[in-house]
Design a protein around this ligand. Structure first.
Ligand code: VAH
Length: 320
């Protein structure tokens, strides 16, 4: 029997691609996209779409009852960079939305939840290379704090009330379908757009700032894999470390120059440098690999080829 899925935050970077992928697996009629506004017309016009306020329990519950939803992917959040500009907005959205969805599951209105955490749960006191699943976590961003606290509540609701909530600590996610958002890792999205449009990019991080990254297709696969795994396979109910590759702005620029030789990068670090410096450089995801056979596919070269090809089509330019 197919799940009946509601995606909250379906207009966003990951939510939009999850919507299309889940529809291709379970059928359009079983996947309801929702967001606070009609901000992504590809999503709004491609299937079932509802306006849902992630901070309003009644709004979510009304959609759950209207479509007989049993599974929620909660993809709405304010990310790290924007969260530092609007700390209480980030706390309110990221936490209220999670409590509403957890409480709907506790009250048995829904059966299963996916909630994304992030490598932002780690902080400056965390070991930076091959960061383990269990280690010191002192996040210094509001976004990271909401993800750390959110992980604690997910584990609590699973252990106390039997709520089937599953979570992944996403690294920076790279995709071409949506514009870069309010994330610190979004330089790695913007650089490809600017490479195709302007053949140059002024990076807001320094050249050797190494961060964990992943192509969207890998992130979507991991999300669907963990949600499809048998309940007893999912041992960690806070959130699983998830890894693919790590690279620096200098390395991604060199990868782009292989295809656009005239591409030039410059560096003007801003407030986001301190956020990036607080995060790990690489992640150990052995629990995910051993737990449910997770493995990534896309290398940096694969990502560069895919991003430039798709963005060349999107902007109608010809990349050599
Ligand atoms: C951000 N893209 O930059 C998000 C991500 C690991 C960072 O969670 O805020």
């Amino acid at each position: 029997m197919n799940p009946k899925i509601l995606i909250i935050g379906a207009c966003g970077q990951i939510g939009s691609e999850l919507t299309f992928k889940l529809r291709s697996i379970y059928g359009d009629e079983n996947v309801i996209a929702s967001d606070i506004s009609y901000s992504n017309l590809d999503i709004v016009n491609s299937g079932f779409f509802e306006i849902v306020d992630a901070q309003d329990y009644a709004s979510i519950k009304g959609c759950v009852e209207k479509y007989n939803i049993d599974t929620i992917y909660l993809m709405a959040a304010i990310l790290s960079a924007t969260g530092e500009k609007f700390p209480m907005k980030a706390w309110d959205l990221n936490m209220n939305s999670l409590f509403h969805v957890l409480n709907l599951a506790k009250a048995k209105f829904i059966k299963q939840i996916f909630w994304p955490s992030s490598i932002a749960v780690f902080g400056p006191s965390t070991p930076t290379e091959s960061t383990p699943q269990y280690t010191t976590m002192e996040p210094t961003t509001v976004y990271g704090i909401t993800k750390q606290v959110g992980e604690r509540w997910c584990e609590y609701y699973n252990q106390k009330y039997g709520v089937d909530v599953r979570s992944l600590r996403y690294p920076g996610i790279i995709s071409w379908k949506t514009q870069p958002g309010g994330g610190t890792t979004d330089y790695a999205v913007d650089i490809y757009h600017k490479a195709v449009i302007d053949k140059k990019y002024d990076c807001f991080l320094t050249e050797n700032t190494k961060l964990p990254m992943m192509f969207m297709d890998d992130a979507i696969k991991a999300t669907i894999d963990i949600m499809s795994a048998d309940n007893d396979v999912v041992k960690i109910r806070s959130s699983y470390n998830l890894a693919a590759i790590s690279f620096t702005p200098k390395e991604v620029a060199a990868s782009i120059k292989q295809h656009i030789p005239e591409f030039e990068i410059s560096y003007t670090p801003d407030y986001r440098q301190a956020i990036a410096d607080s995060w790990p450089k690489s992640i150990n995801d052995e629990e995910a690999r051993e737990g449910w056979n997770w493995k990534y596919t896309f290398s940096l070269e694969d990502i560069t080829k895919k991003m430039l090809f798709q963005l060349e089509k999107k902007y109608n330019t010809t990349v050599k």
